[in-house]
Design a protein. Structure first.
Lengths: 153, 153
DNA sequence: ATACGGTTCATACTTTCGGGTGATTTTAGT
DNA sequence: ACTAAAATCACCCGAAAGTATGAACCGTAT
């Protein structure tokens, strides 16, 4: 009984293995026959993915700012506290500070000169010194730096 | 936006070049020798393009909606809240706002152009519009006004 | 008295800005 | 499909800004 069963089981297993082998060979053959198609498909899929990924990476998200509701601008009650120690540290003189403030409010060299009753050249000299001390090269940079340092409001 | 188009145009050109190359190879009877490579390349390029196109066409543009309120304190502790209604009122576009902010931090036209991947001329155009809308004639004035209006921090 | 910092001014030169104009290409909305 | 707004770019020109250098004057602190 047991022997017969073993035989049957043995044959069964062999058959199964053979069938599996056949299937695999068939599949392999198929794959081999259509190798180009397979590769093409692979490449297509891969590059399709890459394309989609690339596009997503390179596309900037469109920022749409909606909504409003308001009024009320700057808080005029909050007092500005001048960072005197920073001014001293940078060695900025009184006159330079004056020019710096005027410049920050948007006056041109000519206008500052008129307001301070000096020559435009003097204003330029002051500005050069200011730029040196703040280590910048442009008005806008000077304004930004002076603001963050608490030198001007 | 432009970058996307540039990308597509770039791929178009690449495709054209590739086709020309194919012609040449065909003439040289090399096409068949490297047929697989050629096809693979073609497929790759085509599906890369298709992927980009698909992503662009089928993907809904991500829209960031910023909801804001009011009250603006230029206090170092308080966070800056953009005055959106003022921006809308003045008709300042997103790109213009970008340029405005960069300018306020002290960048030159050239530097802004590099950062935004556009021509310096474009920056100048944006700035002109900004000055018009803010009714000013100089950067420093623009910065000051934009700040007091709560348009920039 | 004199050395020093702050202020003033000048000249010459280069670079950056800003105005004006016009045009093309996207993108969005009717 | 058509239109309006937004974004891009170009070219010219004059004005403003910035660089470099030198110099004079004036208090004041050593």
């Amino acid at each position: 009984m047991i022997r017969k069963n073993r035989l049957i089981i043995g044959y069964g297993i062999s058959l199964a293995v053979l069938l599996a082998l056949l299937r695999w060979m068939e599949l392999k053959y198929l794959l081999y026959e259509h190798a180009f198609m397979v590769y093409a498909l692979l490449i297509a899929v891969i590059f399709l993915t890459v394309g989609i990924w690339l596009s997503k990476k390179l596309t900037r998200p469109r920022v749409k700012t909606e909504i409003q509701e308001n009024i009320i601008y700057r808080d005029s009650t909050a007092a500005f506290i001048r960072n005197q120690s920073m001014i001293d540290e940078l060695g900025i003189s009184f006159r330079e500070l004056e020019v710096l403030e005027l410049m920050a409010t948007g006056y041109s060299n000519q206008e500052m000169a008129s307001q301070l009753y000096v020559s435009p050249n003097t204003i330029k000299t002051h500005l050069s010194r200011i730029f040196e001390k703040l280590e910048v090269g442009r008005r806008a940079q000077a304004i930004e730096k002076a603001r963050t340092l608490g030198i001007i409001p």
